[in-house]
Design a protein around this ligand. Sequence first.
Ligand SMILES: Nc1ncnc2c1ncn2[C@@H]1O[C@H](COP(=O)(O)OP(=O)(O)OP(=O)(O)O)[C@@H](O)[C@H]1O
Ligand SMILES: Nc1ccn([C@H]2C[C@H](O)[C@@H](COP(=O)(O)O)O2)c(=O)n1
Length: 228
Amino acid sequence: MENGAAKPVIVAIDGPSGTGKSSTSKAVAAQLGLSYLDTGAQYRAITWWMVTNGIDIADPSAIAAAAAKPEILSGTDPTGPTITVDGVDVSGPIREQDVTSKVSAVSAVPEVRARITELQRAIAASAVTGIVVEGRDIGTTVLPDADLKIFLTASPEARAARRSGELKGADLHTTREALIKRDAADSSRKTSPLAKADDAVEVDTTDLTLQQVIECVVTLVEEKRAGK
Ligand SMILES: Nc1ncnc2c1ncn2[C@@H]1O[C@H](COP(=O)(O)OP(=O)(O)OP(=O)(O)O)[C@@H](O)[C@H]1O
Ligand SMILES: Nc1ccn([C@H]2C[C@H](O)[C@@H](COP(=O)(O)O)O2)c(=O)n1
């Protein structure tokens, strides 16, 4: 850049549920002074709006017809990310089971993906120092020219144990089955399914602590910035 400022760095982090995308992305962004975008929260927010407004989740054409209606705003400070729908803070309700069980169906609708993808690209383009964007299709579809693409994985057992811990001891088997079911739905949809980009670096987090994953990703970003 002309004034010597570093070029904004775009980092895409994808992977199945519970692999550590959000925790890792927030910490990496905070450490490196980058913005942070949780794209799952955006799909959850539009799902919350559909449920709240009585849209039939079993009817993709009804979802498609309403996809442009809610105004979804994401705050990208990694130390305090926010999400609102039509001015309402939905950061709590979008984590509830009712939304979690319906988000795969809503996010499979092409009109929903087109709308949310447009929002995501606009947010990434306006990030002054750069951004860490996490989701399922960031490296493959939303930001195919990202400077660095990471694909996080972990065994279903490790992911279920992490989630059960979060849900204050929820049954491990039920949690594991629910994760596997959501991953299958997200991976098998026609439009931009959960997938690893060909040029993504895969990091298996099964036997790594969160701190080790964060350090690994920070190192990869720094190497990329240094042109290695
Ligand atoms: N490497 C790790 N070791 C142990 N626990 C971890 C690790 N990474 C993340 N966790 C914990 O696992 C839980 C899920 O992590 P996180 O929400 O970051 O995953 P995610 O991939 O973003 O999930 P989702 O896609 O469902 O939102 C959190 O409680 C987090 O603290
Ligand atoms: N880029 C993305 C991000 C998320 N989704 C969908 C599929 C997930 O099951 C759901 C919730 O995501 P989470 O909060 O668990 O990360 O949102 C997607 O389709 N594309």
